[in-house]
Design a protein around this ligand. Structure first.
Ligand SMILES: Cc1cc2nc3c(=O)[nH]c(=O)nc-3n(C[C@H](O)[C@H](O)[C@H](O)COP(=O)(O)OP(=O)(O)OC[C@H]3O[C@@H](n4cnc5c(N)ncnc54)[C@H](O)[C@@H]3O)c2cc1C
Length: 425
């Protein structure tokens, strides 16, 4: 059982504490002792099973709060507690409810799952990121069609924004969506798409008007719209699969005369960039949560190992250099956790918390990498052996410093916010 003293912090409600207890017990009995083969077919299969299990157990209900519109609070012994709030939509065109995510719950769930199993964390995270744009801006019809299946783990979701020439510079996307009668026709490519190859549907961001350039040559954020594309839509294809150091389903997608009904557009035409940013803004804090889970696991494994590894007539734990490493790990994790749950709490209260979210994502992912590196070092040769926990964590953490805004991008966001605050003083 993981230590969870931090749940006493004032950032949490009693429901969050109960959620963490339930999830920890579930993870201990369902995923703690599961090893995954790393070939593509096995990873795909394991992800499908995990999504279904997370759905059956009720955890992915947090990924798609719009699935339970109007629900207030339900707690039972069999099912984890859920808090689902909805707000009336401002949009006349899409009279759907705008679901409110519980960012503290999402972050707690990712921290817990990541502690046990990186693939379980991935499977959970993508249900939310992949359907987030539907929860935020989908019509009532789209929300009704997709979100209940996402929440139940019956449909696998994906978020398709990045392109070969547009990663950090995401406004530069080129994939196009041309209006033709009652359809949009999509043409182009997306890459680095998690769940690519196993997803049932993709939230795709594409250009509905040509790129506009600023005087410095950069592309503005105008002219991008979002669409739901079912995996079996003619003209949609998996162009190639991508294998990464911590294997999970990942692919390059191609769209060739891919016809999507106008009713599958998410939000107003031209508002897609804002929608992508709103979606990322919700889920970025949960990336910090996953990093905390990996880092905490590294510290827990290091403590166990240091106490049991005989060395120089005593144990590794008796050596002061070991103690220094453990102290650094614990202190950095604690600081990152405070920043992460502060950001989640602020986000749940509403308002602009861009700087705090960016700080949390950067602090948690960067410090987790350092903590895990310490763990590998403390394990000595065992630390780099395939199948050992520090080796797995070392691979699991790396991409978190890159996706959903790389560390360099977070620094630019923090500095921009700081300078704006200073200018407006
Ligand atoms: C495992 C994984 C899963 C992913 N899943 C998804 C997904 O599901 N959906 C999706 O749409 N995308 C996904 N991505 C894509 C991810 O969001 C991009 O990889 C990320 O935004 C970086 O873009 P890039 O890879 O093109 O790198 P680039 O944008 O080329 O960046 C290269 C380097 O330049 C740095 N940089 C950026 N801006 C500046 C600057 N102003 N000054 C200095 N340096 C800068 C970056 O930080 C980075 O270090 C995933 C990526 C990975 C690795």
């Amino acid at each position: 059982m993981r230590a969870r003293n931090f749940l006493e912090w004032p950032f949490f409600e009693p429901d969050h504490r109960e959620l963490a207890e339930h999830l920890d017990a579930w993870a201990e009995s369902h995923i703690a002792h599961r090893a995954h083969a790393e070939d593509r077919a096995s990873v795909d299969g394991a992800c499908r099973v995990l999504v279904r299990e997370l759905g059956l157990a009720g955890w992915t209900r947090y990924s798609a709060p719009g699935a339970a519109q109007g629900a207030v609070l339900s707690i039972s012994r069999e099912h984890p507690p859920t808090i689902s709030r909805t707000q009336p939509s401002n949009s006349r065109e899409h009279p759907s409810a705008v679901a409110q995510f519980d960012v503290r719950a999402l972050t707690l769930i990712r921290e817990t799952l990541a502690w046990y199993d990186g693939l379980a964390d991935f499977a959970f995270a993508m249900q939310g990121l992949g359907s987030g744009a539907i929860s935020l801006a989908g019509s009532a019809e789209l929300q009704g069609r997709y979100l209940p299946r996402v929440a139940a783990g019956q449909a696998i979701a994906a978020f398709a924004l990045s392109e070969p020439q547009a990663g950090s510079d995401v406004a530069a996307i080129q994939c196009s969506a041309r209006l033709d009668g009652d359809s949009y026709v999509l043409d182009g490519e997306k890459t680095w798409i998690s769940n690519g190859g196993i997803a049932d549907f993709y939230c795709v961001f594409a250009r509905t008007s040509p790129q506009e350039f600023r005087p410095d040559g950069s592309v503005t954020a105008r002219g991008i719209s979002a669409f739901v594309v079912d995996a079996d839509t003619p003209g949609f294809d998996i162009k190639s699969r991508i294998d990464v150091i911590a294997p999970h389903p990942l692919a390059t997608l191609s769209f060739s005369l891919c016809r999507v009904p106008v009713t599958h557009r998410l939000g107003a035409e031209g508002e897609g960039f804002k929608l992508a940013m709103r979606t990322l803004d919700i889920f970025r804090t949960s990336v910090a949560g996953a990093a905390l889970g990996f880092a905490q696991r590294a510290l827990d494994e290091s403590l166990k190992h240091a106490l049991s590894r005989p060395m120089f007539g005593k144990t590794l734990a008796d050596l002061q250099l070991t103690q220094a490493a453990l102290a650094d790990m614990a202190t950095e994790i604690d600081a990152a956790r405070l920043q992460t749950y502060r950001a989640a709490w602020l986000r749940d209260r509403g308002g602009l918390v861009t700087k705090e979210v960016a700080m949390a994502k950067m602090a948690a992912t960067e410090s987790a990498q350092r903590a895990i590196d310490h763990a590998v070092q403390l394990f000595g040769g065992r630390g780099v052996v395939h199948g050992e926990i520090p080796e797995r964590l070392y691979r699991d953490i790396r991409a978190l410093r890159i996706y959903e805004g790389a560390t360099e991008v977070q620094k630019l966001i923090i500095a921009r916010e700081l300078l704006n605050e200073a200018r407006n003083k």
